[in-house]
Ligand binder design. Sequence first.
Ligand SMILES: Cc1ncc(COP(=O)(O)O)c(C=O)c1O
Length: 450
Amino acid sequence: MQETKIVLPDREIPRQWYNIMADMPNLPKPPLHPGTKQPVGPQDLSAIFPMALIEQEVSTQRWIEIPEEVMDIYSLWRPSPLYRAHRLETTLGTPARIYYKYEGVSPAGSHKPNTSIPQAYYNKKAGIKRIATETGAGQWGSAMALAGSLFGLDVTVYMVKVSYNQKPYRRIAMETWGATVHASPSSVTNSGRNILESDPDNPGSLGIAISEAVEDAATHSDTNYALGSVLNHVLLHQTVIGLEAKRQFEIARDYPDVIVGCCGGGSNLAGVSFPFLRDKINGKELRVIAVEPTSCPTLTKGEFRYDFGDTAGLTPLVMMYTLGHDFVPPGIHAGGLRYHGDSPLICQLYHDGLIEAQAYGQTAVFDAAIRFAKSEAIIPAPESAHAIKAVIDEALRCKEEGKEKTIFFNLSGHGYLDLAAYADYLSGKLEDYEYPEEKIKEALSKLPSI
Ligand SMILES: Cc1ncc(COP(=O)(O)O)c(C=O)c1O
């Protein structure tokens, strides 16, 4: 029998997160206050974040201790398995070795609890009673709802309206864990009401939902905000994925030539790749590829400049590749990839040539998802399927060129609550959106000049 998966014992869950800011050739430029346009200080952020997370946000310390309480909860599903995709390799007839880390084993079905758990922990410790947050596809909202239930925090989720309607079971999962869920734009906040007034059928976007959640947190003293991607501390928490994978590759006596992750805000890509990027920064040969949708092509078509993280302009201005904060991406099924910007860490690494990016349309992505499901058995989340599409292309290139590369990707979540998307694909209803050039141009023209 061939070896298919490498599983580590609980005691090999990493005890520290890896902070790439200790090793990056260039650190990202500092976030700026939305009003004064001056660098934000810890005090500015303390209205919506606990100090422990603010400290992690700015830390340049290489290793950061994972609290024991967080380790205990991580052990419910971590370490996650590293699979060798033998069957996909055979189907493709490729000489490449394909591996994937499977984050769908978490109770919420994706990598998101790797950060929702520590975020809930630090907020609880700071005496916070409620968390307000946004969710695209519902993956992050479910992860936060789960974390809230484990730590006794109330959770309010603003869920992008198109996903709220496409994915009722995600909402039910959040409610099962005790969260309150609003379709965003909602009539609960000023930001939501303003948008609904001028555009009652607005499908919502992550940028809008973030505005609503930030406003909710900023206007309630017992409430903090939590973000499921983009911020440095979120990416930091996700490095447990890559740290485990490094150990698993040691056991497999292999090492990736190419690492692939889908990229919405950048957290799963960071998680899987940063511990390996440390080796690349130190001279090792390695390619890291971010995969995004052609309908929301942040890295491949965006501009590298300061922009707001949300639509209403309530968050700090961050230096990132952006399509413009009021760009509303088409309602593709990979809701978690519909964000106008990307993490400043990922953007800086992309800018410095340490990460590459590719974009695909959703029909090609679902073709790849089906191919994966039929060979490897797991039905992937539509977001993760973007990475699969890039991996299949890379593996077929290896076949053409007769190269035996090691390709590693993050299967960031399962798609069992995304079956409506598969139903659309199977019945030929899935639309491929054109690259929305005019809309992006218009949104970019409205960026603040710094
Ligand atoms: C399964 C899955 N993968 C990827 C993403 C994209 O987020 P990120 O780029 O932060 O990993 C999401 C976001 O919701 C997701 O649910």
